[in-house]
Write a new protein. Structure first.
Length: 670
């Protein structure tokens, strides 16, 4: 050993030169060990002992001078355990002077016999500082004790123990399963008995009759409803043959025999004992031992009701046949299953041609798709159908018909049928055309008369102005007074003619609107200047409550001013002296709302629906001077609606009226 050169690197000299025995102990230790440099994170290998070479199956020349983690790389198995991170932490701690023992570490070594393969190994790792004489850590001693044999032995013992535990567990589970099965069997027996008792109780409380027959069709059991239905006791029925007790039902024997053979049967039977007739609905099912179980329901009342219903339906169809209009019924899915006689008389069709969807043949092809779309929508939603379209008559001519179809619902609200009518409105269309032509003539007449009246009226106004300017000579006071009276009558007549002309334009749809953003507060203030003088002259309190900020509406400024002036002058006209008029303006839900409230006589409820009609005045008197022709409110509402607004009224007799004008806000005010 004295001839051995223990190291060739200066770091090793500093490690082992003080104590030779330490070097010998390192070289000949049974634990695999290596000396590592302090150059974290490389941890260069300075020296390894023989045990390390044997344990890792690697040569000293392959390891010396290389980094620890460069030499020993992790595979998929070892990287799932502690891996390099734990080893690096231990080395860092050893560098600081601590001896670190790591938890059991799996680290596989290359298989010398198979390239690329690894041999499973388990190691107990220890990292310790190596001190020099000055008390400085100069290197690290990293030992690895191979505990693979111990671990495999412990794992084998653990597997045997686990197998024994698994066997014991299985035996215990089997015993528990047997106990559970026994308990379940007892519970099922108990439940079956309970179910049997419950079934007997249910059958006993049933309103329908129930009985069981054996293979010879003798009564085995029955409920109270059955005994009551045949007016016999259980004792009189049990053991007796069905056919002997009730010979009148012999024609149903085949159903009982089919059920006894395994095929359930359902039938309706009418039985008479000579005094009364009973209708029954019977269900027969196979039972144990070749017998049958029977459920018997008395449906006599239902059969009678259905007969009465059929009779009523026949009577109803007879009456509908007599109607002058076309009528029909359809199933819930829209399939038409009946037409009245008027349908066939008008269309000249046959029943076999019309049933179902044959009605399409008498429709105008240009309108059929729209009719089908609407009819399909109503069928899907259950909504009422109403539409006007032409139908082809037997004479080859199309005539307009108003068609209405109503759904018929059951107790649950589901549609079960449809009832439809087609009413010929050819005469109504003709009458409407005549009315429209008459209205057009009226409008033309009013416009013509208004223009014709204005011509001489303008001449009267011109000569009146000449006289008042004394161009025809001086006037005395009486003459001037008379001429002023003529001027006022002229102005009033001009206003009436203008109203009639304006109404004629609106009625004919010739009124044009120039919609812009209008400050409704400014429009009210312009009218205020005129109305305030009228209120003062009549001793009325006139209050205008307007908002501080501007409210812009989408409207025609001139039309808006005309509406406001008309409403306020009306309020002045119908409010007695000493009363008051209040005008307010606000915004509600994207609209500007102007309210004009007065304390006048009010309007009766019966007249509220007509005051906006043309030529209508509340309490109009033929001898009352100064009244118009009743067009002001009609024109005002038409103008409001022409600007996408509305005009309405609320009133109480003796308390006054409130007229409300609503106009949409301009976009900038929303």
């Amino acid at each position: 050993m004295s001839s051995e050169k223990p190291y060739e690197h200066d770091p090793m000299t500093s490690v082992f030169s003080p104590v030779r025995d330490a070097w010998l102990a390192f070289r000949h230790s049974s634990n695999a060990a290596m000396i590592l440099d302090l150059d974290s994170p490389t941890w260069t290998v300075l020296e390894i002992n023989d045990a390390f070479q044997e344990a890792t199956l690697q040569n000293r020349e392959h390891l010396i001078g290389k980094g620890l983690f460069e030499i020993f790389q992790e595979n998929d198995e070892t990287s799932r355990d502690y891996g390099y991170i734990e080893i690096a932490h231990a080395l860092e701690a050893a560098t600081a002077g601590q001896r670190m023992v790591l938890p059991l570490q799996r680290y596989d070594i290359p298989d010398p016999e198979t390239a690329g393969a690894f041999v499973e190994r388990y190691w107990q790792l220890t990292s310790s500082p190596v001190w020099n004489a000055a008390g400085e850590v100069v290197a690290l001693l990293h030992e690895a004790q191979d505990v693979t044999v111990r671990e495999r032995s412990m794992a084998e013992q653990s597997r045997h123990s686990a197998a024994a535990d698994e066997q014991n567990r299985r035996l215990a589970a089997q015993a528990e399963e047997l106990q559970r099965a026994s308990r379940e069997l007892q519970e099922r027996k108990k439940e079956a008995e309970t179910q049997r008792e419950r079934a007997e109780n249910i059958l006993e409380t049933m309103a329908d009759a129930q009985y069981v027959l054996d293979s010879e069709f003798r009564f085995v059991s029955l409920n109270t409803a059955m005994a009551r239905a045949v007016n016999l006791s259980r004792e009189q029925l049990i053991g007796q043959s069905l056919w002997k007790l009730f010979p009148g039902i012999g024609d149903t024997e085949r159903y009982y025999r089919e059920a006894a053979a395994g095929t359930a049967a359902h039938f309706v039977h009418e039985y008479s004992d000579g005094r009364l007739t009973i209708s029954a609905e019977v269900d027969v099912y196979p039972s144990t031992g070749g017998g049958v179980a029977v459920f018997w329901r008395d449906i006599t009342a239902r059969v009678d009701a259905e007969a009465r219903l059929r009779e009523s339906e026949t009577q109803l169809r007879t009456m509908v046949d007599a109607l002058p209009t076309l009528a029909w019924t359809a199933r819930a899915d829209g399939y038409i299953d009946w037409y009245n006689e008027q349908w066939y008389i008008y269309t000249g069709s046959r029943r076999e041609d019309m049933e179902g969807w044959g009605w399409q043949s008498v429709h105008d092809p240009a309108r059929l798709s729209a009719v089908m779309a609407e009819w399909t929508r109503c069928i899907d939603s259950g909504a009422k159908f109403e539409m006007t379209f032409p139908l082809l008559g037997g004479d080859g001519k199309f005539r307009p018909f108003l068609t209405r179809v109503a759904p018929l619902h059951n107790a649950d609200g589901a549609v079960v049928r449809w009832f439809g009518t087609n009413t010929n409105i050819e005469h109504e269309h003709a009458a409407r055309r005549l009315a429209e032509e008459a209205n057009e003539s009226k409008t033309t007449f009013l416009a013509t008369m208004s223009h014709e009246l204005r011509t001489p009226l303008n001449a009267i106004g011109g000569y009146l102005d000449l006289l008042l300017m004394e161009l025809r000579g001086p006037l005395n006071d009486m003459q001037r007074t008379d001429l002023e009276r003529i001027r006022r009558s002229h102005q009033r007549l001009s206003g009436l003619i203008n109203d009639v002309l304006h109404f004629a334009k609106i009625d004919s749809g010739h009124t044009a609107f120039e919609i812009t953003s209008v400050d409704i507060g400014a429009a009210i203030r312009q009218v205020e200047e005129v109305v305030s003088l009228q209120c003062t002259a009549k001793d009325l309190a006139c209050d205008f409550e307007l908002p501080q900020s501007r409210i812009l509406v989408s409207a025609d400024g001139d039309r808006l001013g005309q509406i406001l002036l008309n409403l306020l002058t009306n309020a002045v006209k119908y409010t007695p002296p000493g009363g008051s008029i209040v005008t307010t303006c606000d915004t509600i839900n994207g609209d500007a709302v102007v309210r004009i409230a007065d304390t006048g006589d009010g309007i009766a409820e019966a007249q509220l629906q007509t005051i906006f009609d043309p030529f209508v005045q509340v309490g109009r008197r033929l001898n009352a001077p100064g009244e118009g022709v009743g067009l002001g409110l009609s024109i005002s509402r038409a103008l409001a609606e022409g600007m996408n607004g509305s005009l309405s009224v609320e009133s109480q007799v003796g308390k006054g009226s409130v007229f409300t004008l609503t106009l949409p806000l301009a976009q900038s005010s929303r």
